[in-house]
Structures are given as structure tokens and as C-alpha cells.
Design a protein around this ligand. Structure first.
Ligand SMILES: [Zn+2]
Length: 312
């Protein structure tokens, strides 16, 4: 049975999994890392786990290894060029090249947004579409593109920075150096900030810590401020989607990331405002759906990316 190893680097942990070509998870593991850890310190347990799996289960079944990380990864060299602020040790290195050298198995590295798009395309709700954009709503907004049935990476491999589409040149400053980026209006921290500001202006004190989940729970019980915050985030998502639709003539948008778990409330808002930002012809039959892959999206996406790159 053909398998793929998926490795997903986050700010505090590395998740690993062995996944069959049909999307079944055979084995998985989590390794905790520290933000100040050196590249060697992070790589050692990752490499040990992969090699120990291959030793115990045989090499033949594993066709490729996929690695998803934050940052900009050069698609020709698999080297992370910049942008991995939460795991700075990965910069100027290639996890893929090291794992490939140690195992003799092809390994590929891609941005986690691109991996998420590959994951939905191969194992998730993207199976039904040949042209879609994936967005991941979480601490930031990431994304990936599938065009003509293939993952699109751009000239160097840096495409998919959907969170930094400018929605308002006079808007909120972003950590990328620009103003009014999409990420500043619809990411988890942006929604929390908007809700907290609205409470502050009305002299209301929240009865617990404000998180995106809390806001969605409040909205379900008809908290007007929470509903307003979701309305405003949905409006901005529609604005970004309209821009993408006009350029790319897509069939669908798939929304993943932490916030998508409570994202059903966002869908009607996005659909309500989408016509305001797109040519009517390009809006016809476009579907906005929540990602199928949730808890294991990181390792599934990395494995799917390896599958996709091996076969293209
Ligand atoms: Zn930005």
C-alpha cells in the first residue's frame, strides 16, 4: 500500500503522520519544540521518528515525504528563504533536503497554506473542484491556490499570501509593513480585537476571556455585538473573495483553520456580500464551503502535497 509521510511545523510543536494514498492515517506523533531551539535540536527527533518508522515498517510503501512550514519556501531548492517568525530556526534551511538525504525517499517542503490547499484537493472538499482558493483563518490568514486541477505555486513558490491582500490602504497597520491587509480584519486576533473594542466603547466587561470561539458562542445566543463582529469579518472575507474571483474565475472557496470550526455562521454573511465585489458572471455557481480536514489537516495537507508533487 502506498503511503506518504506528512510533517507539519507549528510554533510550539511538530506533528508527524503516515497517511495512505486513500487518506487513512496509519500512525501519528507530536514532538514539542521551543521557539528558541536550534535547527539541529528541532530536526533530531523529527528525523529519528521518520527513520524509526521506516526501519520498523519497511521503506517500500513510503513514496514521498511532505513538510509544511510557515514562511516562503523556494520551490526549486526546498529551502525556507524567510518569513518563519514563529520557528526562526527553520530559516535558510531545508527540512525536506535533510529528510531526503537520511532516508533516500523524495521529500518536498511547502508553505502550510499551500499544503492545506493540497490537502483539500486530494483528501477533502476540493476533490469536486479544479479551480479553487483555500483560506486558513487562524492566528493569521494563509492560503493556497488550486488552478486547472493543480496546486499553483507561482514563479518562486511564494504564492498564496491571501491574508495580505490590501482591503483598505488607510486601514490598520499590518506586521508585513502594509496597511489594511485582509488579515487585520478577519483573523482570530482581529475578530477578538474588534469585539473587545466594541465592548470597551459600550462600557461592558466580558464575563470570560475573549476568544474567537467565545464570540461565536455569544453570537449563537444572539449577542448583538458578537453578531456585528461576525458580520464585519464576513464582509471583509467577501471583499477579498470578490477580488480573487474577478482575477481567477474560480468554482469555489474552501475555508479552513481554527475559526472554520465555528465558521458556519460566516457562510451566509460572505454569500450576502460577495455580489458587491464581483462581476455577476464570475459569481454564478461559486460555492463557499468549510474545509473537510480539521484536526489532522496539517499532516494530511503535507502528505497530500508530497503526493501531488511526486505525481506532477
Ligand atoms: Zn499584511
Amino acid at each position: 500500500m502506498d503511503c506518504f509521510i506528512g510533517v507539519d511545523f507549528g510554533g510550539t510543536s511538530v506533528k508527524l503522520g503516515v497517511i495512505t494514498g486513500e487518506g487513512l492515517i496509519l500512525k501519528k506523533n507530536i514532538i514539542t519544540i521551543g521557539s528558541g531551539d536550534s535547527f539541529e535540536k528541532i530536526m533530531h527527533p523529527v528525523s529519528e521518528w521518520v527513520q524509526s518508522y521506516l526501519k520498523n515498517n519497511g521503506k517500500d510503501g513510503v513514496k514521498a515525504i511532505g513538510i509544511g512550514t510557515p514562511g516562503f519556501i523556494d520551490k526549486r531548492t526546498n529551502i525556507l528563504i524567510s518569513g518563519s517568525e514563529n520557528v526562526p530556526a527553520l530559516k535558510k534551511h531545508s527540512v525536506a533536503n535533510i529528510l531526503s538525504e537520511k532516508t533516500g525517499i523524495p521529500a518536498y517542503q511547502d508553505n502550510d497554506g499551500t499544503c492545506a490547499a493540497a490537502g483539500e484537493s486530494v483528501f477533502g472538499n476540493g476533490i469536486n473542484y479544479s479551480d479553487f482558493v483555500m483560506i486558513t483563518l487562524g492566528t493569521g490568514i494563509g492560503g493556497g491556490l488550486v488552478l486547472n486541477g493543480k496546486v499553483y505555486r507561482g514563479s518562486k513558490g511564494f504564492s498564496g499570501e491571501i491574508g495580505h491582500i490590501c482591503l483598505d490602504p488607510n486601514g490598520i497597520w499590518c506586521n508585513c509593513g502594509s496597511r489594511g491587509c485582509f488579515e487585520q480584519y478577519a483573523s482570530g486576533p482581529a475578530i477578538v480585537r474588534n469585539y473587545a473594542n466594541k465592548l470597551l466603547k459600550r462600557g461592558i466587561v466580558a464575563d470570560e476571556e475573549i476568544t474567537p470561539e467565545y464570540i461565536f458562542v455569544r453570537a449563537k445566543s444572539k449577542d448583538e455585538i458578537a453578531l456585528e463582529v461576525i458580520e464585519e469579518a464576513g464582509y471583509r472575507i467577501a471583499q477579498a473573495f470578490g477580488t480573487l474571483l474577478n482575477v481567477l474565475n474560480l468554482e469555489a472557496f474552501i475555508i479552513g483553520g481554527g475559526i472554520s470550526r465555528s465558521g458556519n455562521m460566516l457562510l451566509p454573511v460572505i454569500n450576502k456580500y460577495l455580489p458587491d465585489f464581483v462581476w455577476p458572471q464570475l459569481k454564478e455557481n461559486v460555492e463557499v464551503v468549510i474545509a473537510k480536514l480539521q484536526n489532522d489537516a496539517g499532516i494530511m495537507g503535507a502528505a497530500a502535497m508530497a503526493y501531488e508533487r511526486l505525481n506532477n
